[in-house]
Design a protein around this ligand. Sequence first.
Ligand SMILES: [Zn+2]
Length: 63
Amino acid sequence: MTLFRRFRQVGRYGPVRVGTATDNRGREKHTAACTAPRCGFSAEYDTRSAAELAARTHRCSAV
Ligand SMILES: [Zn+2]
């Protein structure tokens, strides 16, 4: 899972993981990414709560 190496505070909501990372300009980015092999959902948000909401409400088409 090299994709998640830089992430802190990784949480799980069903198949979706949410992680906080700092980009190369020092800003925090919050990413929600689905771990289901055929789903491919992933998105970035400005706030942690937005990413967690997206993770919780994600309807996985691959399960
Ligand atoms: Zn999914």
